[in-house]
Write a protein that binds this ligand. Structure first.
Ligand code: PRX
Length: 632
């Protein structure tokens, strides 16, 4: 029997042999000539010269053996729609969508921006892009118009696909006004917008650029669109994510490496096999949705359950009833959802037959011990934490149950996954930390297949952001703190940068600060992440007003708070809205003018701010403390 240690060592020391074998999991139309091209670090090219297609691997390849098996079960508790699609039906829908896109002149290499709620057409659209060799860029439906505009200008899409509306917790959110505003804000002129009409928004825009999908789908009902065989290293998609600056980064991924890595992860980590049913309540706008609602389960021949709704509507038992109804074997969500469910009646879980469920996977934010213990006790199933990022595309730390049944350790997502040459690095020297010593989680070159290739359109930014942050070493920085024990288990200790994690959503505090600063009353602002019992972290804003005296007038404070919340809603989206706004007359900074966000966050969490040798004015910290105490 192979052990984790042996396999892991081989994946690092003989990556070509290891990944060459893994590559057999997918279809190659043309075999690759070389497993790895590492001639230009930090860029890596996997399966050079090989030609394949993500859509072919996710759909067509299964037609011979499982055409009548469900590929997709779509459930919306918002609209009451439940629909099943076999692999044959999915194939037909994807072909229709691809034919429609082709009729709109979308071709290989073009970008297609997908701004859609959780509807089955979103999955069809992503796979149709993959089929045509077009590069999809999915923008989370909760993002506001300026956010969308920034992504339009960066991706320069040939087509936008959107819907009339999204729905969340019973509320309909019109999409077309947001798209309309984004289009007028963006410098780049998008030639056309395809509209999926869910008939949710009664007053839809009749803008001339909107093209209705339904009639075109009818027109191309029997269409057959050949898969475009792409060289393994051609881009498959761009997914924007937050970083330290206000400008989001387009994480670019390849075709062949991604397919191989996901297929391997399904066996090594998720232990999902063809015919299993996987339910990943996340969103297609996030990397978990890309990898584990869509590509990985379909590539591996599973049935994927796609869900629109919250975990608590109509009640906290809804997910568990789905497990019973669809005989779900694997579930994958974020700890926040579990903390939300914890507040519900536990009987609701007991009432469902959960016998089909094998494992619950959790990722995206720290899994705190009380939550882990509660859900494990309530479900009586293994709960498996795993750690990764938009950049890596698949778990870089997990328990590889499919290789060896390593015992889990509370507080740690596990050990490095195959091919991740992970080390903990001293922030000052770049040296490798001793076991038990806190350091920056870093990855050695080359990153394994499936990881980001570069920042879309900006190789320089990829190198400068990720590969130059650890001093004296050319290693990839995750910007997370961690600590590794003697057995190799890593615990995650939070971000090293100004990124916060609210309900599993990755947000840049700078982006929120920039949005708030655009309000005319605001002179200066600091946004920090503060521990929150349900969401993991919450954003707190500390605002310096241009005219602080204004606050003395009755009702002004409340009015301003509402305006500031509205500003964030309209610029970034409601998910970025600060949970609290505190007004202060100055912000704590170092002598060189750097905001002391960590000190502010410490105070907000009721901790001491620690060493502050270079603070400019200690009075500013006292102000923060007073504002927190006064709740003002
Ligand atoms: O800080 C880490 C945290 O989420 C960040 C990545 O977020 P995102 O790019 O949205 O990708 C999520 C993919 C699951 C990481 O840098 N994070 C992710 N998983 C964990 C985690 N923190 C602690 N424990 C985890 N399991």
């Amino acid at each position: 029997m192979t052990t984790y240690r042996e396999e892991f060592r081989r994946s690092i020391e003989a990556p070509e042999a290891f990944w060459g074998e893994q590559a057999r999991r997918i279809h190659w139309e043309t075999p690759f000539e070389k497993v790895l091209d590492d001639s230009r670090p930090p860029f890596a090219r996997w399966f050079v010269g090989g030609r394949t297609n993500l859509c072919y691997n996710a759909v067509d390849r299964h037609l011979a053996s499982r055409a009548q098996q469900d590929a997709l079960i779509y459930v919306s508790t918002e609209t009451g729609i439940e629909r099943r699609y076999t692999y044959a039906e999915l194939h037909a829908e994807v072909n229709r969508m691809a034919a429609v896109m082709r009729s709109l002149h979308v071709k290989k290499g073009d970008r297609v921006l997908i701004y859609l709620p959780m509807i089955a057409e979103a999955l069809f659209a992503m796979l149709a892009c993959a089929r045509l060799g077009a590069i999809h860029s999915v923008v989370f439906g909760g993002f506001a118009a300026p956010n969308l505009a920034a992504r339009i200008d960066d991706a320069k899409p040939a087509l936008i696909i959107t819907a009339d509306a999204g729905a969340r917790a019973g509320k309909v959110i019109d999409y077309t006004p947001l798209v309309d505003e984004a289009l007028s804000r963006a410098e780049y002129k998008v030639p056309q917008v395809l509209l999926i009409d869910r008939q949710l928004a009664p007053e839809r825009l009749q803008a001339p650029y909107l093209i209705a999908y339904e009639p075109l789908r009818e027109q191309f009902f029997d269409a057959c669109v050949q898969c475009e065989w792409l060289e393994s290293n051609e881009p498959s998609y761009v997914l924007y994510t937050s970083g330290t600056t206000g400008r989001p980064k387009g994480v670019q991924r390849d075709v062949g490496g991604y397919a191989v890595a996901l297929a391997a992860s399904m066996e090594h980590i998720f232990q999902g096999a063809a015919g299993d049913v996987m339910f990943t309540p996340s969103d297609i706008g996030w990397v978990v949705g890309h990898s584990y609602i869509i590509y990985a389960p379909l590539i591996a021949g599973l049935t994927t359950v796609m869900y629109e709704g919250t975990p608590v509507r109509p009640d906290g038992g809804v997910w568990w009833r789905l497990v019973e109804q669809y005989r779900i074997n694997l579930m994958f969500t974020a700890p926040t959802a579990i903390r939300v469910l914890k507040k519900q009646d536990p009987q609701l879980m007991q009432q469902a037959d959960l016998s089909s469920l094998r494992t619950l996977f959790l990722a995206g934010e720290p899994l705190d011990e009380p939550t882990a213990q509660w859900i494990q006790g309530a479900l009586r199933k293994p709960v498996v934490d795993n750690y990764w990022q938009t950049e890596t595309g698949w778990p870089m730390i997990a328990i590889p149950h499919g290789i060896e049944d390593l015992p889990p350790k509370l507080g740690s997502p596990g050990v490095p996954s195959m091919g991740f040459n992970l080390s903990l690095r001293d922030e000052q020297t770049g040296d490798i930390c001793a076991p038990g010593e806190k350091g920056v989680i870093a990855l050695g070159y080359p990153l394994p297949p499936g990881c980001m290739q570069t920042v879309w359109g900006d190789d320089r930014r990829f190198v400068d952001t990720y590969w130059k942050s650890v001093p004296n070493q050319q290693v990839y920085s995750t910007f997370d703190w961690g600590v590794q024990d003697d057995d190799g288990y890593v615990s995650i200790l939070g971000r090293t940068d100004d990124v916060i994690n609210v309900a599993g959503h990755r947000l840049g505090t700078r982006e929120i600060e920039e949005a708030l600063s655009s309000h005319p009353a605001v002179a200066e602002v600091a946004v920090v992440g503060v521990a929150d019992a349900v969401k993991g972290q919450a954003a707190f804003a500390f605002v310096v007003l241009r005219d602080a005296d204004r606050l003395n007038a009755p009702g002004v404070r409340e009015g301003l708070e509402a305006e500031l919340a509205h500003t964030v809603d309209t610029q970034l989206g409601a998910i970025a809205r600060p949970a609290r706004v505190h007004f202060v007359s100055m912000l704590p900074k170092t002598r060189s003018g750097k905001l002391l966000r960590r000190a502010i966050a410490a105070l907000a969490e009721g901790r001491e701010p620690g060493d502050l040798p270079t603070i400019e004015d200690i009075g500013a910290l006292q102000q923060v403390k007073a504002a927190l105490g006064a709740g003002g």
